[in-house]
Structure formats: C-alpha cells, structure tokens
Design a protein around this ligand. Sequence first.
Ligand code: PLP
Length: 393
Amino acid sequence: MAQLSTNAKAMVSAVVNNADNKSTWTTSWHGAGAAEFDLRSDTMTKPTPLMLEAICQTTLLDDVFNEDPVTNEFQEHVAEITKHEASLLVLSGTMGNQVAIRSHLAQPPHSVLCDYRSHIICYEAGGVSAWTGATVQTVTPKNGVYLTLEDVKKHAVLDDDIHHCPTKLISLENTLGGTIMPLAEAKRIVEWAHSNDIKVHLDGARLWEAVVAGAGSLPEYTSLFDSVSLCFSKGLGAPMGSIIVGSKDFIKKARWFRKSIGGGARQTGVIAAAAWVALDVTFGTDPNGQTGKLAATHEKAKRVADLWTNRGGKLEHPVDTNMVWLDLEASGVGPNDLAEIGKEKGLQLLGGRVVIHYQVSDEAISRLEQVFDAALKGDFKRSEDTSKPYGSR
Ligand SMILES: Cc1ncc(COP(=O)(O)O)c(C=O)c1O
C-alpha cells in the first residue's frame, strides 16, 4: 500500500496509479458483483478496491469544524475544475439541490421555474415547498426534450402584480432523463435570467454524461450557473456523496443550511476520498471526460437501443448518453413485463428505462437481448400488474 500522504491529490493519484496492489483487500470489494446485472439505475454500482484503498488512506478529522484535509482539498479541487470560487460536499444529490435552492432564496412571495420532469420537483419529497415556501412553476418544453429560452420567457414572472409570484430562481437539469440540454441553450437562458435578476441553479447530477457525450466541457457548463450540484454516486460509482459549487458567499450560506438539515457530517474524508477516485477514474482527469470510463457506457446504451429497435421495439427518446427509454406501450409490452422476464434471466430491470453504468457487463447485454426477444415476440404472457413502475431516478 502506498504511504499515507498529507497531500490529498497526491494520495489519490498514488492510489489510482498503483492499481496492481490490491490482493490484500477482502474479496467482497472485488468485481462488480450484482451491479453487473443491475440496469435499473446508474446508482446501482459497487464501490471498488481503489475507493477502499483511498478510504484507508484518507484523513479523518472533523468537517463540521472545517478541519479535514482531504475534504478541504477535494472541495478546492472541484471548485477549481468547475471554475467556481468554492464548493461544499453534501451527502446526496437531493441534499445538494435542496441546500442550493434554499440558499438562493429569501422569503415568499417567490417562485422557482423548472422543467415539469425535474428531479427537484418530482423526486425530492416535496423539499422545495417544505424548505423555501416557494411556488414552483413547472414548464413543459415545447420541443419535447429540453427547456429553451422561449419556454422560460413565456412562464417566468417578472412583474410585481400582487396576484403573481415573482420568479427568483430557475433550476435546470442536465442531463434530464439522459437527454442533453445543449450548452448554447443553457447560455441563452442564464444570460437572460441574469439580466432580469434571476439566479440559475443546475442540477448536474449527471452533467458528467453530457460532457462525455461532447456537448461542452465541464467548466464551460458549470461556470455559466450561479450554482451547480454534481453527484459522485450516479454514473461515477462512488458509494455516496455529491457536491455543490458556487461563489464563496453562496457556499458560506449553503454550509449553514446543510447543517440545519443534518448534513454536517464529521469524518467526511471517507466520502471525499472515494468520490475523488470516482471522479478521476470514471469521469477522467481532463475537462471533457475522455480519459474515463463513461464513453463506453454511451456506446453500450446505443447498442441496447439498436437491439430493441431491430426487433421492432419503439423508443421514447433518442439515446444521447447512458439511458435508453423504451416505449413499452407503443411496442405492445406491459409496464412490468421486462422486469419480470429479466428476473428469470438474473437481470434487474425497471419499467421501460434501461440505464447503463460502467459495471454493466457484455454478459448482461446478451441476457437483455434474450429479454427483448421474449417480450417482443409476444409469447410472454403480459403481466397483470399494470401499476406504474417506480424507482430511484
Ligand atoms: C437528476 C438527479 N438529481 C438529483 C438526484 C438525487 O440524488 P440522490 O439520490 O443522491 O439524492 C437524482 C437521483 O437519481 C437525479 O437523477
């Protein structure tokens, strides 16, 4: 094992570059395990021996007191690569979004504008209304894919008519359900918002994917926004942890709100160390994520889409990144059929969304092919259960 280093960046590089030295780790950390066959979400990854090694070598001081070196260095590193003044490690993507949104807002009357499918409004347990008292204006993109400035202008409230609720924050999401919001459109929206004294937050839990797909570099996207939340435990594969980036004043306030919701954790070096390995190994050390492992997941996702459409299946959306949305209804397949057939093949599936993460194996894809065969040939008895498939997004 490499020497414990007081320099976190050097420690992480030593761990990553010394990958042949893992025989001492318990076997439960080796291999993808069940994650190999789990296509429900890119949260379903298994932490790696490299992450464990970084955890073993991390610093273990108190982050509520701001004293943990690895956490502090990691926060500085992420601020630097995203071209922001500061950053704050949080426990989850939901915590990142909610703390960021709360930190931007003062008090009602105020409203937050977002896409109607946004995670912040559909899957965060009503946090925005609970923490901020804001009205949420959900907008349906006219192009069916991503919000444009025209959508935003049509719904934003700029006046001070007492019947209305002024828009104080726009919250965008990229990728949203695996689809990309182009950099140029994000720029138009942010420029317009700023000229109208509106802040813009980006839920960038999966921004990594848009970057790797070539939509723009990490700093090109992140530097546009007043705040961005980024997740290490989605496609990147860390066991936990997200981060928010923004100005020093914003992060100071966010630290306060993070504490108020119980997010002030103590020996966070264990989170930061594993997250740093995930960032360097899975996304890569370059601003375009071309040295990491995500690009291969996009190719696999396209392969899955082809396997489906070649058998006559229909898609809900084109495949931009690592998610494939199968249009089950248009393809004559019941909502839970794939999950049921998948079970017989040892695959975990959820509704019509297939998500590829870097630990999904070729064997999983060939089993998926068999699932598609069974579902689309029509000799599978459609499942009686038509309840809406539910799951972590
Ligand atoms: C776009 C997006 N934002 C935020 C989150 C929340 O992350 P977490 O599950 O870590 O709270 C998710 C979760 O999948 C997500 O997909």
